[in-house]
Design a protein. Sequence first.
Length: 158
Amino acid sequence: MTGGLAVSYQEYWTKIKSLYQELDQVTNSYWDNHSSFGDWQFWAVVAITIVPLLLLIRFVDQERLFEVFFFGFAVHIMWNYAGDVLELKRYFIHTYFLTPMLPSIFNMAASALPVAFLLVYQYCTNTIKFLYLDYSSKCHFRIRNCSLGKDIRTCRVW
């Protein structure tokens, strides 16, 4: 099936299906031996999945729930796609995961990263209205904190 010989469409997909089945068996065996309920790494992954959700319940702004959760959902989707690509190209490999059925990036992309990003988003939109980078003539950057409708030249400079 390799080399310079022409391979049919059906042969490719038969080979791909058999490799996926083999990968599934190896992944299940690995999870049973190195990442299941008896290992501390499994419980660390459970904590990384559940603790951010508990923090979210405690600290989310109830009045802006839809806005903040939509931002978190966008982060979740972006990290899922990024994680899939990074894992497919073997740049980023998670060796411990909740179950062999879920993607290995699930605990990070579904809980830890979206919650962290949405809580930072909520904090910044509640306290710091707009941040501008201002390149001055003195060859350094300054951050300007402005409210909506204010002229940037009259904003507080950090």
